[in-house]
Design a protein around this ligand. Structure first.
Ligand code: CAA
Length: 256
């Protein structure tokens, strides 16, 4: 049975559901491989403009699969080269909205942080408990968490293995918005649907510039932004959207 279920809840929107409920959606090598294949395929698919990634009510994902790691050493970790799996998600040109209910721990929290927008149900829990297992995050948990919530709150979580509620995560800046648990996926789909109706070239440039710019010196980042902004003036959708505004009608977007 597939470990990642795929649905099309709206035009141009894909919903991916992690499907290992018996293991709290722990990220086994097989599940990671399926996610990678899906993200690589969606990157090239013009029928996909926004991706919602979710788990179930109990867990978004409880982290890397501890059973698959208990008896392996660094050589096997290197051979698994898990970064190939993460890289397919990290380099997704399409916006990713994580709809998080339940546990987002370890690699599960890291997976949520691979998203561009995080919608959290009130009962969601975020944490990087790797330290309790004698290891540490290896897919951005130290770096993305510190960038999202600041080094001091991140260090507290990482060194003690403590978790944050959805509300705390929202206040700290890790989460885009908090919803009742029953609304999380619907809210994420609604956001994805809104994004999917936007000019896709503008969406892609905004996503890329925001991420790349945050890790660059400000002057470089601002130049990156200007260049991308100027480039969009060559798109058909820019011409159509501005003309439609002035003619007081809805634009007919081509994606070009
Ligand atoms: N790996 C493998 N199996 C896991 C798992 C994980 N990360 N998390 C949960 N499971 C399994 C449990 O072993 C259990 O299986 P059995 O029924 O066969 O015993 C099943 O899922 C249900 O788990 P619980 O009974 O523990 O469920 P709970 O609701 O009481 O607790 C939980 C849920 C708080 C998430 C708890 O399961 C837990 O603490 N899980 C481990 C979380 C963790 O340490 N994550 C970090 C992993 S390391 C990592 O992610 C680092 C990296 O990227 C390299």
């Amino acid at each position: 049975m597939s470990l990642v279920l795929e649905e099309r809840p709206a035009p141009y929107v894909v919903l991916l559901r992690l499907n290992r409920p018996e293991a709290r959606n722990a990220l086994s090598p097989e599940l990671r491989g399926e996610l990678r294949a899906k993200f690589l395929a969606m990157a090239e698919d013009p029928e996909v403009r926004a991706i919602v990634l979710t788990g179930d009510q109990k867990a978004f994902a409880a982290g890397a699969d501890i059973r698959s790691m208990v008896s392996i050493g660094p050589g096997e970790m290197m051979r698994r080269n898990d970064d190939l799996n993460w890289s397919a998600i990290r380099h997704s040109p399409k916006p990713i909205i994580a709809a998080v209910n339940g546990y987002a721990l370890g690699g599960g929290c890291e997976l949520a942080m691979h998203a561009d927008i995080i919608v959290a149900g009130e009962g969601a829990t975020f944490g990087q408990p790797e330290v309790k297992l004698g290891i540490m995050p290896g897919a951005g948990g130290t770096q993305r968490l510190a960038r999202a919530i600041g080094r001091y709150r991140a260090m507290l979580m990482l060194l003690t293995g403590s978790s944050m509620s959805a509300r705390e995560a929202y206040e700290a800046g890790l989460v885009s918005l908090v919803t009742p648990d029953d609304d999380t996926v619907a809210r994420a789909i609604a956001i994805a649907t809104t994004i999917a109706a936007m000019p896709p070239l503008a969406v892609a440039e905004i996503k890329q510039v925001l991420h790349a710019g945050l890790d660059a010196p400000l002057d470089t980042a601002l130049m990156l932004e200007r260049r991308a902004a100027y480039l969009l003036f060559d798109s058909e959708d820019k011409r159509e959207a501005m003309t439609a505004f002035l003619e007081k009608r809805k634009p007919v977007l081509s994606g070009r």
